[in-house]
Design a protein around this ligand. Structure first.
Ligand SMILES: C[S@@+](CC[C@H](N)C(=O)[O-])C[C@H]1O[C@@H](n2cnc3c(N)ncnc32)[C@H](O)[C@@H]1O
Length: 273
């Protein structure tokens, strides 16, 4: 199952070269590229960099903080949080091609002294007990059936009282998800819970859920804008089609329906370990 998930995201190990080539074609130089320039490809979740900045604020971080990003993808959220707050972020992700790209992109923007990435499974984290001051996870749990193990692991590696910020795609009340979507081309690697189920899972793992925010309306507007842009001028020069391939426009179209029908919802849970 894990191999299928990693293949879905990163079958092409030449991802860094492809992103570099596309950036250069779009007139960007790798020596001056910024985290904000990379956001359209490396903030791989609904509402992009804005959503990451919201999570950063909930974690109350400073230069002394050691933060874990579970399912760090290409490392956009880790770099944004580290750059904004000066903290150190360790990213862990199942997909080897994403971990390699995350390291290269961090070198381009000069942040590799405060971010680091390693391959690993969220349900079996390669870290010691009580190692981190805070953790975040953005759009990852929808690929993980064993969410009880994922959240138990997050609880284990966090210090008591640490903030755990979870921003995810949830099952809505409007019916079954229309595939393909960015996290799965078919249902076998898609595992959505409802908001109530997610809250129960987090509580059972020992977290106190202190705040819940439903951003579905904003997510719908975000995907509608992207779909309109694709309809008039095709995908932007550097975006998720770099690794999702030719299915990307169909995924965007389905996400507009999934969100407007409330087949899915996007929600943030701010918890304390
Ligand atoms: C939609 S991407 C989000 C990436 C990143 N959090 C972001 O917002 O830019 C989902 C990520 O979850 C990772 N993932 C899926 N299952 C995982 C698991 N069991 N352990 C660690 N990472 C996993 C995938 O490899 C992928 O990078």
């Amino acid at each position: 199952m894990n191999d299928t998930v990693a293949d879905h995201y990163g079958g092409d190990r030449k991802l860094t070269e492809v992103i570099a080539e596309r950036l250069q074609r779009a007139g960007k130089s790798l020596s001056t590229v910024t985290t904000s320039d990379l956001a359209a490809v490396d903030e791989f979740h609904i509402r992009g960099r804005k959503a990451t900045l919201e999570l950063a604020r909930t974690m109350q971080l400073g230069p002394e903080s050691r933060v874990l990003d579970i399912g760090s993808g290409l490392g956009g959220p880790a770099r944004t949080v580290a750059e904004e707050t000066g903290c150190h972020v360790t990213g862990v992700d199942l997909t080897p091609a994403f971990c390699d790209a995350a390291t290269s992109l961090s070198e381009w923007v000069g942040l590799n002294h405060i971010v680091a990435f390693q391959q690993g499974d969220a349900t079996e984290l390669p870290f010691a007990d009580n190692e981190f001051d805070a953790a975040m996870t953005i759009h990852v749990a929808m690929n993980i059936a064993a969410k009880d193990r994922m959240y138990a692991e997050a609880q284990r590696v966090l210090k008591p009282g640490a903030v755990f910020a979870v921003y995810d795609v949830l099952q809505g009340e409007g019916g079954d998800v229309l595939f393909p979507v960015p996290w799965a081309r078919e249902p076998s690697i898609s595992h959505l819970e409802t908001g109530d189920e997610m809250q129960a899972l987090l509580t059972t793992a020992g977290f106190e859920v202190r705040g819940i925010h439903d951003s579905t309306d904003e997510s719908q507007a975000w995907f509608e804008k992207m779909a309109a842009g694709i309809a008039t001028s095709g995908p932007p020069p550097v975006t998720f089609d770099t690794f999702l391939g030719a299915d990307f426009p169909a995924m965007v179209k389905n996400q507009v329906r999934n969100l407007s029908d409330r087949r899915i919802r996007t929600m943030t849970f701010v918890c304390t370990a």
